[in-house]
Design a protein around this ligand. Sequence first.
Ligand code: URA
Length: 423
Amino acid sequence: MNILDVIAHRRDKVPHLRDELSFLANGAANGSIPDYQLSAWLMAAYLNPLSEEETAWLTLAMAESGERIDLTGLPKPWVDKHSTGGVGDKTTIALLPVLAACGLTVVKMSGRGLGITGGTVDKLASIPGFRLDLTPDEMKAQAGRIGLALTGQSPNLAPADKAFYALRDVTATISSIPLIVSSILSKKIAGGAEVILIDVKCGAGAFMRTRQDAEELATWLRKIGTLCGLQVTAELSDMDQPLGAAVGNALEVREAFEVLRGGIMPMPSQRFLELVRRIAVEALTVSGKLAEKEALVAVEQSLMTGKALAKAREWVQAQGGDPRVVDEPNRLPHAPVVSTVSYEGPTGSVQRVDAAEIGQLVVDMGGGRKAKSDEIDPSVGVVLDVSVGMQVDSGQQVATIHAATKAMADGAAERILKALTVF
Ligand code: URA
């Protein structure tokens, strides 16, 4: 097979044969096709999008381009969850212990932050000692022991995606739905799960800004997932305002464990807990483990009885972290400057909390990367006391800032107030 023919077919809208896509994925994974030819194909595929059938073939070829985690022998159902990414999205950290406490086997590969959307790997890395480099064998053994395991992106799983993704990032070809879908699902297939729950974030603080784009992505994820033999659910969730109260790595870990403790939560955290509940119920029902009513009860019980919290401790310990962080958040990295922000103005209700601005603020404070090689400061960030719909009065505290310096905290306070729309 000749790569020039494969590129020309895409350019001229000649449908690809399955073999052509396998050739392409293998060539990307083993480096036998140079970047300039992969880039040419990617741009042709961006301009002339792949059909559903071609996308399914490419997904499978990318999944087969490296190692796969074989979960045979572990109790079914095998579940994975994916978020398309958003500001303050720490759902995985609270959800996985709930799912495992309810009897599911969960294996998950997570990524680093991308732009203003933080990554689960960066958040969990703020737990002292927590390992994010588990091998496929370690993943399987741990999932067998405690019901859940999470690792960072392994170079061995779906290596074709790694090559494509790096090129898409620098050739303006990221936002192609077939390419996004094959990228997400190939990694899920390589990770071994059969039931995949995808949280498609939609709004100012997400990759998909409009409802229409998010709906289209969700539809494609379901269709291609089915064509690849997976059970995929893809539901939209709002990302116009940050998810939950905390934005910033260690602060988000703290909030994720706090919601597992149950009890009365402040409104922003309550919204986050609702999403965790919704996805957990979905996981239990879609996988066939429980009917909806039973699933609701099981999820609630895992929270009320402390089973989910106990699972979180087991998880942190199993991956080499200090399990005391689950109950004693002051063991997580903390920032030297902590200050509060108060609203000044007429009484009104919060109409908007600009997720993009809050996400960018935390990146600018050092909580995210601007260049690939940047080090993250896990301790910095913002904890919001308000969310859309809440009433605020003049003088009321609306946020707490955790910063490295006083100057940084002062600048952050101004930006937080600008990010709020109240009337
Ligand atoms: N997440 C992925 O894993 N791949 C994409 O292409 C976009 C988001």
